[in-house]
Structure formats: structure tokens, C-alpha cells
Ligand binder design. Structure first.
Ligand SMILES: C[S@@+](CC[C@H](N)C(=O)[O-])C[C@H]1O[C@@H](n2cnc3c(N)ncnc32)[C@H](O)[C@@H]1O
Length: 283
């Protein structure tokens, strides 16, 4: 099968529906008909890699027993992984404030748990770690752990590797580049920056679908779930809010993305305490 045939395969309405239903069931992603041509172009390489000539054949495969592995590739291709360091920087200022308040307890042996839910390539978790270390250089010696999770196995692998091409480094101030990353000149292509152990030792990266069970047993002091629920419908969001409430410590804090809101936060036991910033309501 030549690549022109894959490139010209049309995404017919029935296949679109089948793919959209599956994406919704498996990951909560809501795909609208108007995005059909974008979805077609994102999935074209899957047809090529599988040697399939039509989206009908592709949706048949997805629905079959043999299509289980392909469903992971599908979700990977459909997720939007845009992220950058210190995105929506005001949240990191609030994080540092929160950290400062907890510092005496941390120095006395307490713990601080942070979760980057929908972490993409890991910049959010790294920005959190850098913010804490910039405030308190010995923060790595305290009991602080940052969990970074995402449904997409490709970004999880990327975040675990911790090697960022220069174009990913937008937002990292010059002085922090060498302090927290090792520049790699090993080939003639774009320079890469490898995360130093002082950061990577604070962070664990795992695959996790927010719609599945969450295996974490301890509550979090801070949860970032930013620019993730924007891809979910209201029903899926409403199922997530009580789960985040449950996963937060009573004095914890939840950050959402700039265009995300909990409508009627009180219904879910939250109060809004700042821009896209929520805390559990006092009992
Ligand atoms: C636009 S990125 C946001 C990254 C980062 N939080 C930020 O704000 O820069 C959205 C991420 O959510 C992840 N995602 C989408 N659906 C998910 C789900 N059901 N469970 C976990 N992660 C999901 C995607 O794979 C993607 O990496």
C-alpha cells in the first residue's frame, strides 16, 4: 500500500462516530464532528503504520479483540499535549506561598504531596519542583514528592526520559537552564537539556487514566489538573470534581487551567480562592 492511498483515506461519518465513541468511553475526550479533518490527519500515520487503506478497516480493528494495543495508540494520537514550563505562572507563585506556610511542618518531619494530573511531557511537575528549590535550595532534602501522571504512554515515556529539545525550554529563565539541566551537544542537531537528578529525584511519572481508579492512597496537598478537563464534557467533569475533592487534604489546593472552571463549586465541596484556584470548603 503506498502512502498516497493512506493519505487520501476519507474519515467517513460512521467511522468518525465509532472512533469518537471509543475515545469518549476510554478517556473522556469529546470529539466533535467539526474536528473531523483534524482527527483524520492525526490518525493518518496509524493507518500507514498498520498498512490499512480505509478508516472503516481502522475502526473495525479498534473494536476487535486484536485492537486493544491500537486503542492506546489511538488515545495517544488524539490527546493534545501542548504544555510549557511555568505555564500560568501565577499558580507557581501560589504554590510557593503554600510551601512557605508548610515549611515549619516540613522541617519538623512532615510531608508535602503534589500531583500533576495530565502532566503531558512533564513541564508542569518540573516547574513545581524548580519553584520550590528556587525558594528553598535544600527543599530536595525535605519529604516532598511530586507525582506526574498522564493517559498518553508516549508523553509518560518522554517525561521519564527527562530530555528536552531546546524549543521545549521556552519559559525557563536563563539562569535556571544550567542550574537544573545539563546541556547536551552530543550531535549537530538542536541542543537538548537533560533534567538534573536534584529535580528528577523529586518526581515520579506514571501512566494513569483519570477516568479509571486512582491507586494513590495518600491525599495530596496540591493538585494541578490544568488544561485537561477542557477536553471533557460537563458530565465527565462533574464526575471528576468529587474525586479530586476526595484526593485533596482538607487544607489542600486544586489548580485548573485558565479556561476551566468548577461551576457551582459549593456543590462539590470546593470554594474558589483565586483565579482557577480551589480549596475544599470547611466542613
Ligand atoms: C494540554 S495537556 C496539559 C498539560 C499540562 N497540564 C499543562 O497545563 O501544560 C493535556 C494532557 O491531558 C492528558 N489527558 C487527556 N485525557 C486524559 C485522561 N483521561 N487521563 C489522564 N490524562 C489525560 C493528555 O494526554 C495531555 O497530555
Amino acid at each position: 500500500m503506498n502512502s498516497e492511498v493512506h493519505g487520501s483515506a476519507e474519515l467517513d461519518p460512521a467511522s468518525f462516530r465509532a472512533i469518537a465513541d471509543l475515545a469518549y468511553r476510554e478517556s473522556g475526550l469529546t470529539l466533535v464532528e467539526e474536528k473531523s479533518s483534524m482527527i483524520r490527519s492525526r490518525l493518518r500515520h496509524r493507518l500507514r503504520d498498520l498498512g490499512l487503506s480505509s478508516f472503516t478497516a481502522y475502526s473495525d480493528l479498534l473494536r476487535s479483540e486484536a485492537g486493544q494495543a491500537e486503542r492506546r495508540h489511538l488515545i495517544s494520537a488524539l490527546t493534545t499535549n501542548v504544555s510549557h514550563f511555568f505555564r500560568e505562572n501565577h499558580h507557581f507563585d501560589t504554590l510557593v506561598q503554600e510551601f512557605e506556610n508548610r515549611l515549619p511542618a516540613l522541617r519538623a518531619g512532615g510531608a508535602m504531596r503534589i500531583w500533576s494530573a495530565g502532566c503531558s511531557n512533564g513541564q508542569e511537575a518540573l516547574s513545581a519542583a524548580i519553584s520550590l528549590l528556587e525558594h528553598t535550595p535544600d527543599a530536595a532534602k525535605l519529604d516532598i514528592r511530586i507525582l506526574a501522571t498522564d493517559i498518553d504512554p508516549e508523553v509518560v515515556q518522554f517525561a521519564r526520559n527527562g530530555i528536552y529539545p531546546e524549543r521545549f525550554m521556552r519559559g525557563v529563565p536563563e539562569g535556571m537552564m544550567t542550574k537544573y539541566f545539563v546541556k547536551d551537544h552530543s550531535d549537530d542537531t538542536e541542543p537538548h537539556y537533560k533534567v538534573r537528578p536534584i529535580l528528577s529525584d523529586m518526581i515520579r511519572v506514571n501512566e494513569l487514566n483519570l477516568l479509571s481508579a486512582w491507586p494513590m492512597t495518600k491525599r495530596f496537598d496540591v493538585i494541578f489538573c490544568r488544561n485537561v478537563v477542557i477536553y471533557f464534557d460537563a458530565a465527565t467533569q462533574s464526575r471528576l470534581w468529587p474525586r479530586f475533592r476526595e484526593a485533596l487534604s482538607p487544607d489542600g489546593i486544586l489548580f485548573l487551567g485558565h479556561s476551566e472552571r468548577i461551576s457551582e463549586p459549593g456543590t462539590f465541596g470546593f470554594e474558589c480562592t483565586g483565579p482557577t484556584t480551589y480549596r475544599p470548603q470547611a466542613p
